[in-house]
Write a protein that binds this ligand. Sequence first.
Ligand code: SAM
Length: 305
Amino acid sequence: AIMSNSSNTAGHKLINNGWFTEISDRHFPGQGLSLKVEEVLHHSQSEFQDILVFKSSSFGNVLVLDGIIQCSERDEFAYQEMISHIPLFAHREPRRVLVIGGGDGGVIREVVKHACVESVDLVEIDSTVIELSRKYLPHMSCAVDNSKVKIHLRDGFQFLREIGDAQAEEKYDVIITDSSDPDGPAEAFFQKEYFQLLNNALNETGILIAQASENVWLDIEYLSNLMKIARSVFQNTEYCYTTVPTYTSGQLGLIVCAKSDTLDLKKPCRTPTASEQIKLMYYNPEIHSASFVLPTWADKLINQS
Ligand code: SAM
């Protein structure tokens, strides 16, 4: 794993006068997102990263890694549902799913809502995130002990490397990269070799989705470059986004790729049944397609350059 240099991002140092401010000179210079803190619930440095959990006055409990907000109790569903259900409903019959990162458990909670899913491998590098989420984010970590889920406490990049030439039946239908941002242990997930490893780990009808760590308002050139990297491996690559108030600028990009060149990722292949839809608060078939529609300037830079 790539170790983070988190001296500037120690979470508690980012709390001043009762407000936590998320600042990143690399990704969003000149702006910050502040939340009022009611109580610091936990702060420590794990083997891999700085971990802060605090109770905010407006968004419930908030998990912060290396100074960057990972999720808040109030708006987490907007992220977990979209990063999970876009690839899962775009797939005809997802049975084997791999989640890389995701120690808070939110993505797993969504994945096991699909009855057709038979197994989920969760590859999380930092067991502390899993333990703290059980304690402070119980509505997210509720499916971590589900019998379909197998937890691997390891580096996701190494895990993919070791899949090597696995038989087709051991490969995945859907892979979800639910990682932190590229400045810490997740750095390798934003490079070409990672997309090549994902390509190898997917079976012929496979789909992957990765959080892009950026959105069109923050660093569109970085995003446009990341799309080019993904497209150099997967011809069928699309960009969509979800809206999450506690991520800087209020939205987050997601990169979706399919092994098949003919699959239309923008249209769900299956739709939620009435009883499945009741369990969803953000995702529906209309928002699936709408999330791929970009404003004109962003579309030019992301899809036509
Ligand atoms: N929703 C979040 C976001 O977009 O900000 C991501 C949430 S989840 C907490 C991210 C997880 O990725 C963290 O628990 C972190 O430990 C894990 N992670 C980072 N680098 C990793 C690696 N190399 N292998 C496996 N997991 C990793």
